[in-house]
Every structure is written in structure tokens, then in C-alpha cells.
Design a protein around this ligand. Structure first.
Ligand SMILES: [Zn+2]
Length: 93
């Protein structure tokens, strides 16, 4: 399939929406399952680190979000993913 015609997505949405929150669900490394701010260097608006070196997105885990508030994010993780008291990133939260 032709893939040169990628959509040019503007990820600079913080100016409009303020802080946003994501949960990283990683099934290879449980200790990585944490809530992050969108602007965290680990999260980077749900694209994660190493943008150039991520040919297998979804292989180890996925980013879930954005959520408008930390409470909404926590509620989703607890209610929908059945993870009580989801840990928060110690770098950004
Ligand atoms: Zn973080």
C-alpha cells in the first residue's frame, strides 16, 4: 500500500486544551504502566520516545488518551482496565 501520503497532524494541542493525560499500557514491562502528562518526555502526546526508532508501534504497549483531567484518566484505568490505584510517572506528576 502506498504510504507516502501521510496526514500532517498538528500535535500542538496543549495551547488549546491545557494539560492532557495519557496512560501507557505495556504488556511486556508491567513497571512501565503509568499515567503521564502529555508533555512528559516519556509520553510526548502519546507517541512515546524514540520517534525515529518505533517501527513496531503496539508491539509492546500502547498509549491510551488523551484525557482532559488526571481524574478522568485514573477513572478509566481503574474502571475499564481494572487496575486499582494506577501509578503515576514520578517525572511529570
Ligand atoms: Zn511522565
Amino acid at each position: 500500500m502506498e504510504r507516502t501520503n501521510k496526514m500532517n497532524v498538528n500535535l500542538n494541542i496543549q495551547a488549546v486544551e491545557g494539560d492532557l493525560f495519557y496512560f501507557y499500557s505495556n504488556w511486556q514491562a508491567n513497571q512501565k504502566n503509568k499515567i503521564h502528562k502529555a508533555t512528559c518526555s516519556f509520553c510526548c502526546y502519546g507517541t512515546g520516545r524514540n520517534l525515529q526508532n518505533a517501527p513496531n508501534r503496539g508491539e509492546n504497549g500502547v498509549w491510551i488518551g488523551p484525557f482532559s483531567t488526571l481524574a478522568l484518566c485514573r477513572n478509566y484505568v481503574e474502571e475499564r482496565l481494572n487496575i486499582p490505584n494506577p501509578p503515576e510517572c514520578t517525572v511529570c506528576l
